[in-house]
Design a protein around this ligand. Structure first.
Ligand code: ZN
Length: 403
């Protein structure tokens, strides 16, 4: 059996289908309601349990690990509209432990506690989620607005190819590597002018950068987002227009498998140990956590990609009307939303004639910029200047609503 297949098989069989009879307790019901500014999730348990919680950002998630308890059913019956919860996922791991992941619209401040049987009710795990100004990895804490960090959102821009690798070449000899460098530089310049944003280029000149190195740059700069800029080529010369790619689930799965394989050799997948202290954890569990994080990151990347497609649609024709998914190596960051934009076709005479003009390059950079801004307005990373701006808007709204 191929090693990757073996790893996938191991993941599927050992992690998800271990016998659950060992569990001492069962999570029997879940209830969800809002009181004031607090959202309360109560898990009704058949017996006492131990649990741990932690949070992850970009996108914001809250993870609850309940040990020694299996889950009866799922959370599909809970109504999540207007709760600030996008979804609730769950999975089994280890010897009948349960992981619950809450996908959040924004960071929350969590207080949680166990309640013993009382007043006709059994054991319960109570999770109170309050809106929080700032919630950092693992530690949820509200920060007064005058001490808001208001940090810049860091966008890492990756101009495709470079140096010995020209990328696609037009019939007239224009090269993708030059076109995408110009667009990337214009985008970086535009982002740097915008308050609350900063940009870094993977390459700022004509040199070759290996794929893996490109992802490393994003991690080194703690990027909130990674965008790789390309221009297509196709044997069919009539193919034209822009497309946007996010990592495919299959790509994520194989990245997980690769991580698993590399872990055996003592090599760390980029960002994985930064994301979580995976070294302490069981390798199978680490794989599952990574997979969940990857899937959430893919969801964020798809959302970003859709926004970018929308903003590009007025500037260029679209080759694909929706975000495509593929297993590109540069998109394989477990914790940074990443997209690859094909700005047009070098192989299409009309596309390439436009792509080499400063005017069109500026328009494409502007389109990408507008898409990024629109995405971050909806999904501001915790502690960013844009999150602060949104909080100001919200607090104004609350005040006027009360008066
Ligand atoms: Zn390319």
């Amino acid at each position: 059996m191929h090693r990757r297949q073996l790893l996938n098989w191991l993941l599927a069989s050992s992690v998800f289908t271990l016998p659950l009879g060992i569990s001492a307790a069962q999570i029997q019901h879940a209830r969800l309601w809002r009181t004031g500014n607090t959202l309360r999730l109560v898990l009704d348990l058949s017996g006492p349990v131990q649990y741990k919680t932690f949070s992850l950002t970009a996108p914001d998630r809250l993870i609850i690990d309940v040990s020694g308890a299996s889950l009866k059913g799922d959370f599909s019956e809970l109504v999540l509209a207007n709760t600030g919860l996008r979804s609730i996922r769950s999975g089994h791991y280890g010897q009948g432990d349960t992981r619950i992941v809450l996908d959040l619209d924004e960071p929350v401040q969590l207080s949680s506690f166990l309640l013993p049987p009382q007043g006709g009710q059994g054991h319960r795990l109570v999770l109170d989620l309050a809106k929080s100004a700032v919630a950092k990895l693992g530690v949820a804490a509200a920060t007064p607005s005058n001490t808001h960090p208001k940090r810049d959102i860091i966008v890492v821009i990756d101009p495709g190819h470079g140096g010995k690798d020209p990328g696609a070449t037009s019939a007239k000899g224009h090269r993708e590597k030059d076109v995408v460098l110009s667009i990337a530089q214009l985008l970086a310049k535009r982002l740097k002018r915008e308050k609350g944003f900063d940009a870094r280029l993977v390459r700022n000149d004509d040199f070759f950068v290996p794929l893996r190195k490109r992802v490393e740059v994003a991690h080194k700069h703690n990027a909130d987002l990674f965008i790789s800029v390309h221009a297509d080529a196709a044997p069919r010369l009539t193919a034209s227009g822009a497309s946007v790619y996010a990592l495919s689930e299959g790509g994520a799965t194989s990245a997980t498998a690769r991580y698993m394989a590399q872990r055996e050799n003592g090599v760390d997948l980029l960002g994985a140990t930064r994301l979580l202290n995976l070294k302490d954890k069981d390798p199978m569990l680490a794989g599952v956590i990574l997979d969940m994080s990857m899937n959430a990151t893919i969801a964020a990347s798809l959302q970003l990609g859709n926004t970018i497609l929308g903003s590009l649609s007025g500037i260029t024709s679209l080759h694909q009307k929706r975000v495509e998914q593929a297993g590109f190596a540069v998109l394989k960051s477990p914790d940074i939303p990443s997209i690859l934009v094909e700005t047009g076709f070098m192989s299409n005479p009309r596309d390439s004639e436009r792509l080499i003009t400063a005017r069109h390059q500026q328009a494409v950079a502007e389109g990408l910029f507008n898409g990024l801004i629109a995405y971050f307005q909806k999904n501001p990373p915790a502690s960013s200047h844009m999150a602060w701006v949104n909080e100001q808007k919200n607090s104004t709204f609350v005040t006027s609503g009360l008066s």
